[in-house]
Design a binder for this molecule. Structure first.
Ligand code: PLP
Length: 309
């Protein structure tokens, strides 16, 4: 998913003279942005320095090495919030040593929206964008935010549904602990400027178990091998579609299932049947509860703790 975003962002930086070929691009990533940035650097003759999450797996490490990207990986940690904080701190140290590096700021710089325009066009062509609902996990917020924004330019009734893990500050679930929260790439413990809260109509929060059930069902029923955030988006999309069958629901599948082979797919016999799952409808954030909650967001602004300065 992020290849389109990183390619367009790097192209934009070159076209505007912000960076030049041969410069070093730096960022932090849970995995798929690292790969996307390495590909963009490879294409445009740039150096790539990644501060990677503990979720970056062996296969990705090998690919990054062969592509010529430099990866610094955080040590093992079951706590992805701590992992994210450590990465942010490490970026600060690297920039202090190398002020000439360009920090991509995938979570804050809206040049990461640009590449999704072509995807929005494609969705529009294939669905007609009539009574369309877009569902996707919100990490940086660029993919769902861009699709919502670009699709609404010509079809104002496009609905946007964001998917979050519990414990994320982005849409105010930081008070709901989820010991198993390992949905790589979505949610955050710090505010992100690329999340445009006022684009979202509805938010769903899912626990690891619910996302696992979605990922396994997506493979079993539809033969699509995708990651955990996709499983969460699929479960959400299915439910939204069942409530309003007249709408076309498109969901974003951010990554493939490979890195979840052991942590998710090997546990397929334990997966909860998706037909037995439904979100708890809440009207205020203090009612949120695991394993799955849904709230109308009504295109409201960011909660106080999620406001990026
Ligand atoms: C696996 C996965 N799913 C979903 C997302 C969320 O995408 P976005 O950052 O565009 O909100 C990411 C972002 O890194 C991701 O890695």
């Amino acid at each position: 998913m992020k290849v389109v975003s990183a390619m367009a962002a790097v192209r934009h930086l070159l076209d505007t003279g912000t960076v030049r070929r041969g410069d070093t691009l730096l960022d932090s990533s849970s995995g798929i942005y690292a790969y996307a940035l390495a590909l963009a650097c490879h294409r445009y003759g740039m150096r790539c320095h990644i501060v990677g999450s503990t979720t970056v797996d062996h296969t990705l490490r090998v690919q990054l090495a062969v592509l010529g990207a430099h990866l610094e990986q955080m040590g093992p940690s079951a706590d992805l919030k701590l992992d994210q904080k450590r990465r942010v701190a490490r970026i600060g140290e690297i920039l202090a040593e190398h002020p000439e590096y360009h920090w991509m700021r995938q979570y804050h710089d809206d040049i990461h929206y640009l590449g999704y325009r072509a995807i929005a066009e494609r969705v529009r062509t294939e669905t007609g964008a009539d009574r369309l609902t877009v569902v996707g996990g919100v990490g940086s917020g660029a993919s769902t935010g861009a699709l919502g924004r670009y699709l609404r330019e010509r079809a104002a009734d496009v609905e946007l549904v964001g998917v979050q893990p519990f414990g994320s500050v982005t849409f105010g679930s930081e008070h709901v602990a989820d010991p198993e929260i390992i949905i790589a790439g979505i949610g955050s413990s710090i505010p992100f400027a690329n999340v445009s809260h006022s684009l979202y109509d509805t938010i769903h929060w899912l626990s690891f178990d619910a996302a696992l059930a979605g990922s396994v069902d997506l493979l079993r029923r539809h033969a699509v091998f995708a990651g955990l955030s996709t499983g969460a988006a699929y479960l959400t999309a299915r439910w939204e579609q069942a409530q309003r069958p007249g709408r076309t629901v498109v969901f974003v599948a951010a990554d493939t299932g490979h890195r979840y082979a052991d942590s998710v797919f090997a546990r397929h016999r334990d997966a909860l049947p998706v037909d037995g799952l439904a979100p708890r409808q809440v009207s205020a954030l203090d009612e949120l509860a695991r394993p799955w909650s849904r709230m109308s967001w009504h295109r409201a602004p960011a909660p106080a703790a999620a406001r990026a300065r």
